[in-house]
Design a protein around this ligand. Structure first.
Ligand SMILES: Cc1cc2nc3c(=O)[nH]c(=O)nc-3n(C[C@H](O)[C@H](O)[C@H](O)COP(=O)(O)OP(=O)(O)OC[C@H]3O[C@@H](n4cnc5c(N)ncnc54)[C@H](O)[C@@H]3O)c2cc1C
Ligand code: SF4
Ligand code: SF4
Ligand code: SF4
Length: 406
């Protein structure tokens, strides 16, 4: 039966727990909130299905190299609430229009990130926007299988390891299954996220009403964590100053397996792989990069290619050079992030402190300078007077002139 000797060897995909015929595996939280399989040995019949299904122990061989596009959804409402160019929603919409079911990561009533399903376009909006926390898959894999067996279309979206876990669990091709994954930096600790939410509620003396990890008020390139409270207060903080996002990018709070990720490859167990297009104008000549966001989309399969043809009317799209897209925006396609030497002490310290001391404890490890704070303070003023967009336009033209000289 499955046995985890080293935490880096389990991404928490739930494939083993989902396949066990005797239901003797439960996914149990460690002291950082990451789920790992625990086997009840007394009812295990040693069939080894859990070992054979694990996507880390059993690697798949790929054949085709994907093709690449730069995309932006035409609907401005969808674009504004999506992380980058909103490419995910038209794919989900395709499945909903076929009477199918979409699975993705959403918040529950306590702001925990969980995989849930949706059967209407309105419901799909809960999946929009990246949630930089490991999502609890619950029984999603078994539910996906049941819907497919009923002959329904299913779209599953998740991390590359969740996508791979699902493919291994299903162990056969379903023509009505569409998998969307992304290029993945890593997934932070659910308990660190929980503490961060509690810290905000404590500071603002109110319950949280909404959360966006990458709100686009100040533009795609200056996106901010935005938390709204029931008492009307609003918190906004960019990656420069936000305690959660800064910790994420300093690699002190992700799942152990993310630092030695087994799913780093241009080819994925998915039909679509999506990722940020920070340098869209370098990929497509004369593109009007108006700071609203574009998504890099890799078409990984024949069904991906077919569906892309059908959703094209909902997108602005441009074919791109896949190697160039990876070179300028997709460093995470091939590389795992390095584990910070402070990672374990950081998480232990911040998870064991009181909410009142949370900020102080985080700041012992994460440096936020006076300059960072100053930039953050002047940003709303620059935005209000239109100076921020003028500066971005100047930066864009200077870059364009410089690159044409090289
Ligand atoms: C944890 C995480 C790490 C990422 N790392 C990178 C990176 O290193 N480089 C990069 O270029 N892009 C990364 N992305 C992808 C990027 O943030 C955008 O999702 C991507 O640009 C697509 O945006 P979109 O506007 O097309 O779609 P959106 O509407 O923003 O897409 C959201 C989709 O992501 C899924 N999703 C959101 N949160 C989670 C979660 N916690 N677990 C599983 N699925 C989730 C939703 O179900 C939905 O399908 C990451 C995303 C996540 C969630
Ligand atoms: S060996 Fe078979 S019965 Fe035992 S835990 Fe694994 S899947 Fe379940
Ligand atoms: S990676 Fe998935 S299948 Fe493998 S042990 Fe972990 S949860 Fe089970
Ligand atoms: S970095 Fe790798 S192991 Fe971590 S969540 Fe992403 S795909 Fe899974």
């Amino acid at each position: 039966m499955i046995q985890i000797n080293n935490m880096v060897d389990c991404c928490g995909c739930t494939a083993c727990a989902s396949i066990c015929p005797n239901k003797c595996i439960v996914m149990s939280s460690d002291n950082e909130g990451f789920l790992f399989p625990i086997v009840n040995h007394t009812i295990c019949n040693k069939c080894r299905l859990c070992v054979e299904v694990c996507p880390i122990l059993n690697k798949k061989q790929f054949s085709d190299i994907p093709s690449a596009y730069l995309c932006r959804v035409k609907s401005s409402d969808i674009l504004n609430t999506s992380t980058s160019g909103g490419a995910f929603t038209p794919i989900a919409q395709y499945v909903i229009n076929k009477g199918g079911v979409v699975f993705g990561a959403s918040f529950d009533e306590n702001w925990k990130v969980r995989h849930t399903s949706a059967t209407t376009i309105e419901e799909v909006s809960k999946f929009r926007g990246s949630k930089y926390v490991q999502s609890d898959l619950g029984k999603s894999f078994s539910e996906v299988k049941s819907y497919l067996k009923e002959g329904k279309w299913v779209c599953f979206s998740g991390t590359p390891c969740q996508a791979s876990g699902l493919v291994h669990f299903l162990n056969r091709k379903y023509e009505k299954l569409i998998i969307v994954d992304f290029v993945c930096h890593g997934t932070p600790s659910p308990l660190f996220w929980k503490k961060y939410i509690k810290y905000h509620e404590y500071r603002n003396k109110s319950k949280v009403r909404s959360v966006a990890f990458r709100n686009k008020t100040y533009g795609y390139h200056s996106s901010t964590m935005r938390v709204q409270f029931e008492n009307g207060k609003v918190y906004s903080g960019s990656n420069r100053v936000d305690l959660f996002m800064k910790s994420f990018f300093q690699d002190v709070c992700s799942r152990p397996s993310c630092y030695q990720c087994n799913f780093k490859s241009i080819q994925h167990d998915s039909d679509f792989t999506i990722f940020d297009a920070w340098h869209a104008s370098k990929l497509v000549e004369d593109l009007n990069d108006d700071d609203k966001g574009y998504t890099n989309v890799l078409l990984q399969s024949k069904i991906g290619l077919k569906i892309f043809e059908e959703i094209k009317p909902q997108l602005h799209y441009y074919p791109t050079d896949i190697q160039k897209a990876i070179e300028i925006d997709g460093v995470m396609v091939y590389n795992s992030v390095p584990k910070s030497t402070n990672r374990d002490t950081f998480l232990s310290a911040v998870l064991n402190t009181s909410v009142g001391n949370f900020e102080q404890e985080v700041l012992k490890f994460i440096r936020i300078t006076t300059f960072d704070k100053l930039c953050e303070r002047v940003k709303p003023l620059l935005f209000t007077f239109g100076i921020l967009s003028a500066l971005k336009r100047i930066k864009y033209f200077v870059k364009k002139i410089m690159s044409s000289r090289l």
